[in-house]
Design a protein around this ligand. Structure first.
Ligand code: ZN
Length: 168
């Protein structure tokens, strides 16, 4: 078990799109296991590779539905839908802060798993939310960028006051 340090707001790795994984080799398998350990240790319900400083399209999540930890490699957001849903959302890279973020309730994501097999996850509630949040991370998007402009400016100002992050 290895718990990795989690990069926090202001770290440039969180703001760039991550690259596709070409080969699922031992390094990728080790990284995924460490990401799962790190997610549970935090504790959190999802973690994307850029959050541990690796700019690759890999994420893990546990939507607390009894299915345990799931792995997404090279995921694609196939569909979002349903009603807009306001949920008090946090992020392990912005510890101690929560914002009411509006996102579609439903999401469907396709990816490959650690064995290279195609997988699809879909649903509403926490599952739909965590899928959208983690896929945003792989595109270099943080949850505060999902806030309306005024609230976003206020959030950035708060974080800057706390010494987190240097620029938008
Ligand atoms: Zn996050």
């Amino acid at each position: 078990m290895a718990v990795l340090p989690i990069r926090t707001f202001g770290d440039p790795v969180l703001r760039v799109p991550a690259r596709e994984v070409d080969d699922i080799d031992d390094r990728v398998r080790k990284l995924v296991q460490d990401m799962i350990d790190t997610m549970y240790d935090a504790p959190g319900v999802g973690l994307a590779a850029p959050q541990v400083g690796v700019s690759r399209r890999i994420a893990v999540f546990d939507a607390q539905d009894g299915d345990g930890a799931r792995v997404l490699i090279n995921p694609t957001l196939e569909e979002v839908g349903g009603d807009d849903w306001i949920y008090e959302e946090g992020c392990l890279s912005i510890p101690g802060h929560y914002w009411e973020i509006v996102r579609p309730a439903y999401a469907r994501v396709s990816a490959i798993d650690l064995d290279g097999r195609p997988v699809t996850y879909q649903g509403e509630g926490l599952l739909g939310r965590v899928l959208q949040h983690e896929l945003d991370h792989l595109d270099g998007v943080l949850l505060i960028q999902r806030l309306p402009a005024r609230e976003r400016r206020r959030a950035f100002a708060t974080l800057r006051r706390e010494g987190m992050g240097l620029s938008e």
